[in-house]
Design a binder for this molecule. Structure first.
Ligand code: ATP
Ligand code: MG
Ligand code: MG
Ligand code: MG
Length: 573
């Protein structure tokens, strides 16, 4: 189809929005692809919506091919259903809660385990109907403590969530594997540079398996541990053999947090005078440390801040903090590390990579009423209601340690964005919701479940992190909002106009979506906008139109070509 740019809503921004820390946030705003309504709440503008639709369609195709079936379940979920699984209380403040006119309580779905389990219980009663995998793509709500980085962490966002029901554990393994492979196909087709890593199921029983799909990007909040030689890959919690302070399906945080609080009590009280020396021993060279600050309240240390210079890498800081925590921190002391690297003004990485957000919050909380020295507050807002829950010893996993799998390679730490998660739930939900079927022996058995999520809107932003630069984006072809961007330099010029018409028609009749920039704008404006839109194949009709010659720009590389030849190459590729 031919789409004329003058008729489209594609409002680009010349200025870089000051509030946008992440590259993807800046580019999606500047390219007119998203607009913010409230914190963590966005409109997908026409161009952004087109990319999202491409991603959704890739997901649909691959999941359908894997035998999953699409449904749409309600966003509004009765609180009573959530009480049955125990999650109405456990989920905590991340769950958005609403009441109807009769004061009945509802949750706005952050995920749909309860709903789907109840659904299957009602309509499936025999092993003959299993296995079954259902999925949906839709809006999810999570009242994130710290929505940030645009689409990377929203409060209302688009997720694909799927649920598998099997007769037994072997059946679950088969369903899980099918979804795992479908995820690989989805992320590869989307053009994402990703790793599938082992994750930790959390304190509350998972049925023995969970993996996270991590888009590799510096902005990522997770740390991925990989091997220089073999396929080994795990998130940091898994690699260090620790149980993280949250479970993979977002549930039961409260109980796990209690567990962590208990372990904090065992740490001894810090001796403040030893901190500077200790930081020096933690793998950071003394000259890399600008200062170590101790915050006190009522004469007692409540927070320790290790400040490294811009050369100190984040991993080192994280390790340092993990170690300080264990060596020094008492139950009431928060430790964080910062550096000025990459222009971060506030705390980065922080004491526990699992919970970077919470560490920042802990720091903020600890700073309330603290005797403040010359610490740059950056984005820190003291007074946030928060229970410190960061504690961790990651010293058993270090970069350059031997790989636990092949023992030949060395461990390498990388930053990742969690774009997908697959999780063996087992009977975690089917037992409390009393959901069972008649098994082969004629007995009642509980469904053995798996759950699977992809952050679709987060995936869109992760792609921008990987395929963007400050000048613009180059979308991978499969997800580009249009197939070809046809830019007419001087629309008043009859030769250029006619050639553009011919080109557009030829491409459109080959079933391609062509965006034609026929606006009466300066060439500089048009080309800057084109960079922001990021359509990978750009055809520029300019001065050589009379000779039938155009400029074809792919990935920043330009060449002059006869227009018929360009059509032939593009339609054949
Ligand atoms: P995170 O660790 O980033 O908070 P999660 O582990 O809580 O994510 P899951 O419960 O596993 O998230 O949800 C499935 C997927 O939904 C995640 O892998 C992620 O891609 C996406 N997702 C989760 N929270 C958000 C959010 N606030 N904004 C955008 N996408 C999200
Ligand atoms: Mg997670
Ligand atoms: Mg997860
Ligand atoms: Mg979360």
């Amino acid at each position: 189809m031919i789409h004329y740019q003058s008729k489209q809503l594609m409002p680009t921004l010349r200025e870089t929005p000051a509030e946008a820390e992440a590259l993807s946030h800046r580019l999606l705003l500047r390219g007119g692809m998203i607009r913010q309504l409230a914190s963590g709440v966005y409109t997908y503008m026409p161009l952004g919506r087109r990319v999202l639709r491409k991603l959704e369609n890739i997901i649909r195709e691959e999941l359908d091919a894997a035998g999953a079936q699409e449904v749409t379940m309600p966003v509004m979920q009765p609180a009573d259903l959530w009480r049955q699984s125990g999650r109405y209380d456990d989920y905590g403040p991340e769950l958005m809660r609403v009441k109807d006119r009769n004061n009945r309580e509802f949750a706005l779905g952050p995920t749909h385990e309860e709903v789907v389990t109840a659904l299957i219980h009602g309509d499936v009663d025999s092993y003959k109907q299993l296995p079954l995998t259902l999925y949906q793509i839709g809006t999810k709500f999570r009242d994130e403590k710290r929505p940030r980085f645009g689409l990377l962490r929203g409060r209302e966002f688009v997720m694909m969530d799927a649920y598998s029901f099997s007769e037994d554990m072997e059946g679950l393994d088969v369903s899980y594997e099918a979804m795992f492979q479908a995820y690989r196909a989805i992320f590869s087709r989307a053009g994402l540079n990703y790793l599938a890593v082992e994750a930790d199921g959390g304190a509350i029983g998972d049925a023995g398996g969970t993996h996270e799909f991590m888009a590799l990007a510096d902005i990522g909040e997770d740390t991925v541990v990989t091997c220089s030689c073999c396929e080994y890959g795990a998130n940091l919690e898994k690699a260090s053999g620790r149980t993280p302070g949250k479970s993979g399906d977002g549930a039961n945080n409260a109980r796990e947090i209690n567990g962590i609080a208990d372990s904090r009590q065992r740490l001894h009280t810090p001796d403040a005078s030893t901190i500077p020396e200790l930081c020096g021993l933690l793998g950071i060279e003394p000259q890399e440390i600008i200062k170590t600050l101790i915050y006190e309240a009522d004469g007692k240390p409540i927070a320790v801040l290790v400040r490294g210079d811009h050369e100190v890498n984040e991993t080192k800081l994280q390790q340092a903090v993990g170690a300080v925590m264990v060596e020094l921190a008492g139950a009431d002391v928060t430790v964080a590390a910062t550096s000025s690297a990459k222009g971060f003004a506030g705390p980065i990485g922080l004491n526990i990579p699992v919970y970077a957000d919470e560490a920042v919050m802990a720091m903020e909380n600890a700073l309330v009423g603290a005797r403040e020295k010359d610490w740059h507050l950056g984005g820190v807002r003291p007074g946030v209601d928060f229970q410190p829950l960061s504690v961790g010893d990651f010293r058993n996993v270090k970069e350059g340690e031997a790989c636990p799998t092949c023992s030949r390679g060395k461990l390498v730490f990388r930053r990742g964005i969690e774009v997908g998660h697959v999780f063996k739930l087992g009977i975690k939900y089917s037992v409390p919701l009393n959901a069972s079927f008649q098994d082969r022996g004629g007995r009642q058995s509980h469904y053995v479940m798996g759950c699977y999520g992809i952050g679709v809107s987060r995936l869109m932003a992760a792609l921008v992190e990987q395929h963007g630069s400050e000048t613009g984006i180059v979308w991978p072809r499969e997800v580009a909002p249009y197939n070809v961007h046809l830019v007419v330099i001087a629309i008043a010029d009859a030769e250029q106009r006619q050639l553009a018409e011919k080109l557009a028609k030829a491409l459109s009749s080959a079933n391609l979506d062509v965006l034609v920039d026929e606006r009466n704008e300066r060439p500089g404006v048009k080309l800057k906008d084109a960079d922001l839109f990021g359509i990978p194949d750009r055809l520029i009709v300019g001065r050589s139109a009379a000779q039938g010659i155009i400029e074809w720009k792919v990935n920043g590389e330009s060449r002059e070509i006869l227009w018929e030849k360009a059509v032939e190459e593009i339609t054949l590729s």
